[in-house]
Ligand binder design. Structure first.
Ligand SMILES: Cc1cc2nc3c(=O)[nH]c(=O)nc-3n(C[C@H](O)[C@H](O)[C@H](O)COP(=O)(O)OP(=O)(O)OC[C@H]3O[C@@H](n4cnc5c(N)ncnc54)[C@H](O)[C@@H]3O)c2cc1C
Ligand SMILES: NC(=O)c1ccc[n+]([C@@H]2O[C@H](COP(=O)([O-])OP(=O)(O)OC[C@H]3O[C@@H](n4cnc5c(N)ncnc54)[C@H](O)[C@@H]3O)[C@@H](O)[C@H]2O)c1
Length: 454
């Protein structure tokens, strides 16, 4: 006999946790299955430790750029201790107890789909009206000769490091590489990012890449772009990485920042006829439905692999389960790289708009030239810009990006404008507080309007 629940959730990262919270609140009988730690990759080996380690580095850089305060001294031991507290010393006992108190059944183990509506956890059989798969993603391991013998870190080791290596080579040139390079460099490592493309953050506007490359270089981070690693070797005290241009890099650790693979292997999806894409992602419809009574949320769906998206998809799936379906909309969800300065974007890039056959107008504002805020923020500001992408008629925004302090916060104005399709003629009537970075929107919007009238 199997135990029966209204809903069983496979994986308790941000997606699983958001679904669990809402279902328990709705009075559902819920079983939660977790093979490692409640909180998932985000809580222990990704968002939380990386943002915690970035914060003192961000402050040290800001302090060095601000007169009237003595440049901050970074202290690895106390940063590490704060990080350890923030990742709960890799202990989720309290989280499990809290869920149990709320009426959930918490099951430790690796879940597998045994049949429609039936889950197997190491021999224990659990049936449910609905199954939500929220098993997340694992680091992608590139095919590089000798990599298995070299000293290699993934996101797990590089976010939970106990000592900062003297030298680090990072393979990959996207969000993980930018964030990790900045805290490793800040705490004293010599860092080289190896990117096979010609620019970093390749999914964003080319100008974003250029600005951020300049910031990274100015902080002493080396960039080897347009270079592909071909061979790695372990030399005991250090490892080397040979690139296809014939050069060799040497470091104590090689960190992989080469993307993620949805965790679907071994789940038994194929046997149940559930569609899995090439890369392992579960195909879902606009309600996050993967099949009858089967739902998938978060990184496992391969759609915008961010924590806020996992939580959003969870709310979409739960609402459908509770009989009040909504349609998932991804077009105005922000994307942020928490570097110094922050890189924030939302909506379409010019390239993406073109691919969709949408003619566009654009405006780019040098915030340092246009605003007072950068000058009251630091003594010699540079490299802070805001870009807007609008339809060719200049009526509504399609996209926005910013490389500037705190842009993770103020990008949400553009997100709201894009999501709610607020006309530019209305947006430009807003008055922004002086002196703020938000004033940049008015400058960029007037530029868009001028392009339109010219
Ligand atoms: C270094 C780094 C930094 C990041 N920083 C940010 C950030 O600042 N902001 C942001 O929005 N995103 C960030 N991300 C992305 C973010 O971590 C993911 O998008 C998010 O964790 C996805 O949540 P999830 O619930 O889908 O999966 P996960 O967090 O991966 O959780 C899945 C859970 O399922 C469990 N599980 C897997 N298989 C099974 C099974 N068969 N049975 C039972 N349990 C199982 C796992 O143990 C895990 O606990 C970062 C990623 C990295 C690598
Ligand atoms: N602040 C945030 O929200 C945040 C922070 C970090 C990560 N994340 C998310 O986590 C996920 C993983 O990030 P990421 O930066 O690892 O992945 P990514 O998929 O964004 O980028 C992968 C990078 O690795 C490179 N690469 C892949 N295979 C390679 C190979 N064989 N040799 C050389 N280079 C190779 C790619 O060219 C690219 O530069 C992303 O989805 C990202 O959005 C989010």
């Amino acid at each position: 006999m199997s135990e029966h629940y209204d809903v069983v959730i496979l994986g308790m990262g941000p997606g699983g946790e958001a679904a669990a919270g809402q279902l328990l609140q709705a009075g559902k009988r819920v079983a939660l299955i977790e093979s490692e730690l409640i909180g998932g990759e985000c809580g222990y080996w990704a968002c939380i430790p990386s943002k915690t380690l970035l914060r003192p580095v961000e402050l040290a850089l800001a302090t060095a750029a601000t007169p009237g305060i003595t440049a901050g001294t970074l202290d690895w031991e106390s940063a590490r201790a704060w990080r350890d507290d923030m990742v709960r010393h890799l202990d989720d006992t309290k989280q499990a107890a809290d869920y149990q108190k709320q009426g959930a059944t918490v099951i430790r183990g690796t879940a597998r789909l045994a049949a429609p509506g039936l889950v197997d956890v190491d021999g224990r059989r659990i049936s449910a009206d609905h199954i939500i798969i929220a098993t997340g993603s694992a680091p992608e391991r590139p095919q590089i000769e000798g990599l298995d013998q070299a000293a290699v870190w993934t996101n797990r080791e590089v976010t939970n490091l106990s000592e900062v290596p003297a030298r680090a080579v990072i393979i990959g040139a996207s969000a993980v590489a930018v964030e990790v390079s900045q805290y490793l460099r800040g705490f004293g490592a010599e860092v080289t990012i190896v990117g096979r493309g010609r620019r970093i953050l390749r999914r964003e506007e080319p100008r974003v890449s250029t600005l951020m490359e300049e910031h990274l270089r100015s902080q002493g981070i080396s960039l080897r772009l347009g270079a592909t690693p071909v061979r790695a070797s372990n030399h005991g005290t250090h490892s080397t990485l040979e690139l296809d241009d014939g050069t060799t890099l040497s470091a104590e650790v090689i960190t992989l920042a080469t993307g993620r693979r949805p965790r679907t292997a071994g789940l038994g999806l194929e046997a149940l006829g559930v569609s899995v894409e090439d890369h392992g992602a579960i195909e879902v419809d606009e309600h996050c439905r993967a099949g009858s009574g089967l739902w998938a949320v978060g990184d496992v769906t391969g759609r915008m692999p961010f924590t806020h998206v996992a939580k959003y998809q969870a709310s979409i799936a739960v609402d459908a389960i509770l009989g009040r379906p909504r349609t998932a909309q991804y077009g105005s969800i922000p994307r942020v790289v928490f570097g110094s300065p922050e890189v924030a974007s939302v909506g379409l890039t010019v390239e993406q708009a073109k691919t969709q056959g949408l003619p566009v107008t654009t405006a780019v504002v040098d915030l340092t030239a246009a605003l007072a805020r950068p000058w009251t923020y630091e003594q010699q500001p540079s490299g802070a810009e805001l870009g807007l992408v609008a339809d060719a008629e200049g009526e509504t925004l399609l996209g926005a990006w910013a490389v500037a302090p705190q842009s993770s916060e103020w990008i949400h104005q553009a997100a709201l404008a894009i999501g709610a399709e607020i006309p530019i003629s209305r947006l430009i009537e807003q008055v922004a507080q002086f002196p703020t970075f938000s004033e940049g929107y008015l400058t960029a919007l007037s530029e868009l309007q001028q392009t339109r009238t010219n």
